[in-house]
Design a protein around this ligand. Sequence first.
Ligand SMILES: [Zn+2]
Length: 205
Amino acid sequence: MRIGGKKIEKVRVYGDPFLGKKAESVKNIDDKLLKFSEVLTNTMREFDGVGLAATQVGAGIRVISLGVPIPRDENEVQIISSPGEALLLNRMPLVLVNPEIVSYGPDICVKEEGCLSVPDIYAPVARPSKVVVSAQILGGESFTVECGGLLARAFQHEIDHLDGILFVDRLSKEAYERIEPALGKLKRRYARLKFLRKLIRKDNE
Ligand SMILES: [Zn+2]
């Protein structure tokens, strides 16, 4: 579909089995990938996401788009706490090819997360606060760098998508039970939509 002249893609929602698929590594960067990356970034921006993985728009390739904002203190001064943030934040939005977590730091932090594929549901997720990430920037260099802050969390969340894992799969038992009814609703909505689409297809045959 097109919004304001920009091509965007439909975001797959909880209940869609495609979200559980493991994505394949990208072997070569061609025109098709360049076009796809534009659509991925347009879609992320259209829905105000901090990140979007190819899996979420139904493509089984290891590509993510990131639009992580630069954190600032109350005086609007930038707070950059890791080499990864210094390298990447002022170049957002970025499309990253074959991103990988090389190692995890020892400290864990718990923060509320949400996801365009799990609309209107937020829950606290415990993740390592620092990770070393390697990836290739589309149209740029490859890097291996330590990331902290929201960037570290965004990388972990998006790379999880490429492995078929959602943030709701990483919750404590208590946090999961709190959102379980809302997840059930999303699942039923997906099943209903799928059923309706089947009916429409049959009607058109
Ligand atoms: Zn997500």
